[in-house]
Write a protein that binds this ligand. Structure first.
Ligand code: ATP
Ligand code: MG
Length: 692
């Protein structure tokens, strides 16, 4: 059997190889395949080998649907496939270099399919896509229109409305059910919410805008028609999904609809890393997978971890072993090391930032590039002090997760105009665009949009719209530009023209215009890399580029930089050295998530995901004191924090403990000596006791 084994699969272990070859050999069937395995066991690597092997067997890259959780993950997967294909043959290398047009997230693939099938499902192919903020704005607009936003009424806020709507869509459950299980405090508003959601759906249809959920929902409805399901399904010889544990019901349903017999369908995942249940992802998808299809799925497990040293893996295993809901088994590693992960106790967040930067630099001195190191955190704002420290010490970094480039007001302005250009019926975008002009408020904007909607397409001159005296010339310049953008057939000329106009307005709109102008230029540069306005808007809305250390945009790829990332955005990735900030109760688990046991378990899995990103060095940081400000916090003051509950005393043996600075406790009178601080002394309780 080994004689027949192709070279490019030689590095895989037996179980990985079985997965890569599943359904390909003689007398094999290509029924559904599930690979369920822990972190760093080579799931993604195996998937890449499988794709390369399929190419070697004659599969056409344009018929392979590759679903991942981010565009970055998709790009990374394609690069891996290309490296492997290069070992198959020069011809296969070229084939893989040509790219995989159907690699991406569920949402971006959905957007492409919907544009293509738009005519068949009653959609205008020029539909625009609303991001979450746009969706919130539209929801809010309708709340007002329906009179639900009156002060004394206490109707749920727009964010809550949107969350309820989205939960109902993604779990495919009834509104009543969703309200009962997840939003009991809104249960009394059932009828009003139903009216609101109906009006929201109607508004989206009238304006031909789709929100994120619609991309899945329309896709699901499209493939609910057996004929269309067959047609869509037949485009793909193979469908492969990474990180399957973070898909929701609707997404799993799409796969089933396109592939009722599961043929050519491969999914890989790890239930211990399920961290998106707040977006309705469910590990049930993995558990139910084998029995869903007319052919039962083959299930392959991997248990050797190739990523982390044994001491790091032992600590991560010990943490996740505390989880109640869990199916995959513990992993083992052959990467021997004498270095345990470190649990580092620090006075406060300033010390934490200084210490992390010192360590990062020390490792760089020792030969570890910045790129091989990462700093992770539960919430995007946890890295603020570190960002300041890095900037002060001139260390380049990239931040993943949290506020995105595209969420900045000035970038959103430009995108709103572009969206409105693409789809004049898109009210949220039109509203935003029109009000950029001096002296034009919501009233005028609403009137202009009404006129636009009432007129037959192409029969209305923007420049002739009634605007207040004194704003006419500014309006006409704007209208001329928008009309020109609409008429333009070349790309990226329109965004250059628009950027120029907008930069002229920025001094009036922002105090820090020069900084923001750099962003707009960056946006224009990014735009130029897309083939069309439509592709640019779609991809950008669905998978925005990450925020960066400086306003000039992402560091060039050959530069060295440190990665800062939320744990969620670090999924699937690995670094030689990983530091986790704020490993304290209140941050991890987040004090926003301590409601149910279910939520706590998800926080525990987050810690597991964070720890298993490390290959050689892992530091968990425990600042003892936080400075909180503002009214909500009850005034400016210090609060004390405890080491995360997920590392109870009995697990301390898995770590090396140290305190920094070593010999001078911050408050000698109130805190025990630094060595003892590691133990489960509840300082917060002490502080409370002082006031009782
Ligand atoms: P995660 O759960 O974090 O997504 P994963 O299971 O997808 O992890 P990979 O990222 O595919 O794991 O692999 C982890 C590391 O192990 C990578 O550096 C990969 O190159 C390496 N690896 C995987 N399989 C092997 C193998 N058979 N031999 C040597 N190295 C391997
Ligand atoms: Mg992976």
């Amino acid at each position: 059997a080994t004689a027949a084994l192709p070279d490019y699969l030689a590095s895989l272990n037996t179980a990985q190889r079985e997965a890569a070859l599943h359904g390909c050999g003689p007398n094999a069937d290509a029924g559904p395949l599930l690979v369920i395995a822990g972190a760093g066991s080579g799931k993604t690597n195996t998937l890449a080998h499988r794709v390369a092997h399929l190419l070697a067997q004659g599969a056409d890259p344009s018929q392979i649907l590759l679903l991942t959780f981010s565009r970055r993950a998709a790009d990374e997967m394609i690069r891996r496939v290309q490296r492997i294909a290069a070992k198959v043959s020069p011809r296969h290398a070229r084939l893989a270099q040509g790219g995989f047009p159907w690699a991406g997230t569920f949402h971006s693939v959905g957007a492409r399919l919907l544009r293509e099938f738009a005519g068949r499902i009653g959609l205008d192919p020029a539909f625009t896509i609303h991001d979450r903020e746009d969706s919130g704005d539209l929801m809010n607009l309708i709340r007002h229109e329906l009179g639900l936003s009156a002060k004394g009424k206490r109707f749920p806020l727009k964010g809550t409305c949107l969350a309820i709507y989205s939960a109902a869509v993604n779990t495919q459950a009834s509104l009543t059910e969703v309200l009962q299980t997840s939003f009991p405090w809104c249960a009394g508003w059932g009828q009003e919410l139903r009216d609101l959601f109906l009006a929201y759906v109607e508004a989206k249809q009238a304006q031909q805008v789709l929100d994120y959920d619609d991309l899945l929902l329309y896709w699901a409805q499209m493939v609910a028609e057996p004929e269309l399901a067959h047609e869509v399904g037949a485009r793909f010889s193979h469908i492969l999904v990474d990180e399957f544990q973070d898909t929701n019901r609707l997404q799993a349903g799409l796969l089933l609809a396109m592939r009722p017999d599961g043929r050519g369908l491969t999914v890989v995942g790890d239930d211990a890393q399920s961290i998106y249940s707040f977006r309705c992802a469910t590990v049930r998808n993995i558990l139910d997978f084998p029995g869903q299809f007319s052919t039962p799925a083959r299930r392959i497990t991997l248990d050797r971890n190739y990523r982390s040293t044994q001491p790091i893996l032992a600590a991560a295993n010990a943490v996740i072993a505390q989880a109640k809901e869990r199916f995959s088994k513990d992993l083992w590693s052959e990467r021997i090391s004498g270095e345990k992960p470190r649990l580092v106790s620090l006075r406060d967040e300033s010390d934490q930032a200084a210490w992390v930067v010192d360590q990062v630099l020390a490792r760089r001195e020792a030969g570890l590039r910045l790129k091989a190191q990462a700093v992770l955190f539960r919430a995007a704002h946890h890295s603020m002090r570190l960002e300041i420290e890095l900037t002060r010490r001139n260390i380049p970094f990239v931040k993943f997760g949290g506020l995105k480039f595209l969420e900045a007001a000035h970038v959103k302005d430009v995108l709103a105009i572009l969206r409105w250009t693409q789809n004049p019926r898109d009210r949220v975008s039109g509203f935003r665009a029109i009000q950029l002009l001096p002296g034009l408020g919501p009233k005028t904007a609403g009137r202009i949009l009404d006129n636009l909607q009432a007129a037959p397409p192409g029969c209305l001159l923007l420049a002739e719209q009634p605007v207040p005296e004194g704003t006419r010339s500014a309006w006409q310049a704007f209208a001329t530009m928008v009309e020109a953008l609409r008429a333009s057939t070349t790309w990226p000329a329109p965004i250059e023209q628009l950027a120029q106009w907008y930069e002229g307005e920025m001094d009036r709109l922002f105090d820090d215009a020069p900084v923001r102008q750099a962003d707009i230029q960056q946006l224009a540069r990014i735009a130029a890399t897309y083939p069309s306005l439509e592709r640019f808007l779609t991809e950008l809305t669905l998978d925005p580029p990450d925020a960066t250390s400086d306003e000039s945009g992402a560091p060039l790829l050959d530069e060295d930089y440190l990665v800062l990332s939320t744990i969620h955005s670090a999924k699937g990735r690995e670094w030689s050295a990983v530091s986790l900030l704020n490993t304290v109760d209140g941050c991890l688990p987040s004090d926003l998530a301590t409601g149910s046991e279910h939520e706590i378990e998800e926080e525990m899995r987050l810690l597991y995901v964070a720890m298993t990103r490390a290959k050689d060095h892992l530091d968990l940081l425990v600042p003892q004191r936080f400075y909180v400000t503002g009214q909500a916090a009850g005034g400016d003051r210090h609060v004390y924090a405890n080491r995360t509950r997920f590392i109870p005393s009995r697990l301390l043996g898995y770590f090396d403990q140290l305190s920094w600075p070593p010999a001078e406790p911050a408050m000698p009178a109130a805190t025990p000596d630094p060595g003892a601080r590691q133990n489960a002394i509840d300082l917060a309780a002490r502080m409370r006791a002082m006031w009782q």
